[in-house]
Design a protein around this ligand. Structure first.
Ligand code: G3I
Length: 342
């Protein structure tokens, strides 16, 4: 009798409600991912929701230069390894973030007063060691993160020009891609940035660099689009402009991936704000679904329990598809429907 009731219940549940985000994304050959702090994997609600809904993970901080390379001769692979193990146990892929960035650098590097030749050697060793360690385990890397300013100029920082590694213009980006490719020829290599999702001076500069790299055979596979948004799209990041930017990049033979999506709200949010947030998630996921070369949709965390937003944007939060108790928000339903093409 009990079995009959159970069977009836199973067959009465509409298919849409038995399919998780990862089922729906996999059906479209898209990775659905999220950033993770590995210590949170010990929390059952966190681990259960993560494994059920996502098929890609990316360490939020653990692979950045400072955390992974805290002293010249010291590497700390343990947190990244823990996430790789979790991913393997749950049939998920891992994205790597990030090798060349201006932030989260270790003190030994920031205060080191190295010459360009010394810095070049340090960066080459770092990339060889980190990408080499994760070869065959991390399928894609944000090799370089946030190297352009809003006006399209190259950021002046340690790796580029202050003092730099001795290469002009985008030469340091090209060199980092070549080193990463040498360390793991099968890894997909990305340039990743924010506020360059739509059409503006920064996305134009990235497009020109990408076109130049593709023409010269530099090993660049794709562009990562961070997508840290609010509910109102700025004029240069409407769905139409993002779609146009994705189109011109993918016409170069590149992939695009959404790498750090979140939609911040003033806290506590109203029902209307949650609906507007769902609409923004829906249009962004829709843009990816419509471009066959958009291969991943990743949120920057998945639960409002853990997010960078309240720390760096006081008064804002609630940016993710699950609330702090792992309950789905309207944004979750919107992502699911957009993955179904609705
Ligand atoms: O781990 C240390 C801990 O040992 C120390 O006691 C504590 C004291 O403040 O700080 C901890 O480090 C913090 C780290 O997050 C881990 O929680 C850093 O202070 C804090 O600055 C760091 O913030 C990260 C931020 O990047 C740094 O710029 C956020 O978690 C992370 O979400 C954020 O991620 C970036 C992407 O990498 C690139 N795109 C933008 C995105 C959001 O800012």
């Amino acid at each position: 009798m009990r079995l009959a009731v159970l069977m009836a219940a199973i067959f009465l549940i509409p298919a849409a409600y038995t399919q998780t985000l990862r089922d729906l994304a996999a059906a479209r050959n898209i990775h659905i991912g999220t950033a993770v702090t590995p210590s949170h994997l010990n929390e059952p609600g966190f681990a259960k929701t993560l494994a059920r809904e996502f098929n890609q993970v990316e360490p939020e901080n653990s692979l950045k230069f400072g955390p992974i390379h805290p002293a010249l001769d010291k590497y700390d692979f343990a947190p990244g390894d823990a996430l790789v193990t979790f991913a393997q146990e749950h049939q998920m892929v891992v994205r790597g973030h990030t090798l060349v960035w201006h932030n989260q650098l270790p003190n030994w590097l920031k205060t080191g007063e190295h010459t360009p030749a010394e810095l070049k050697q340090i960066l080459q060793d770092h990339i060889a060691k980190v990408v080499g360690h994760y070869a065959g385990k991390v399928y894609a890397w944000d090799v370089v993160n946030e190297a352009f300013e809003t006006n399209g100029a190259l950021r002046k920082y340690l790796w580029s020009s202050a003092p730099g590694i001795g290469l002009e213009g985008t030469g340091f980006i090209e060199q980092a891609l070549r080193w990463a490719h040498a360390a793991d020829p099968k890894a997909k290599l990305f340039y990743n940035d924010y506020s360059a999702e739509g059409m503006n001076a920064k996305s134009e500069a990235i497009y020109r660099m990408a076109r130049d790299f593709k023409e010269r055979g530099v090993p660049l596979d794709g562009i990562g689009m961070q997508m840290h948004f609010g509910i109102k799209a700025s004029g240069d990041a409407t769905a139409g402009k993002i779609e146009a930017n994705f189109k011109r990049l993918t016409e170069l033979g590149l992939e695009v991936q959404i790498t750090e999506l979140d939609v911040k709200l003033p806290v506590p949010p109203t029902e209307d704000m949650l609906k507007a947030q769902a609409a923004r998630y829906s249009e962004i996921v829709g843009v990816c679904v419509r471009n066959p070369h958009c291969t991943a949709i990743q949120t920057w965390g998945f639960t409002d329990r853990y997010s960078w937003i309240p720390h760096q944007n006081p008064g804002f939060g609630a940016a993710l598809p699950f609330d702090a108790d792992y309950q789905p928000k309207p944004a979750y339903g919107a992502i699911r429907e957009a993955l179904q093409g609705k």
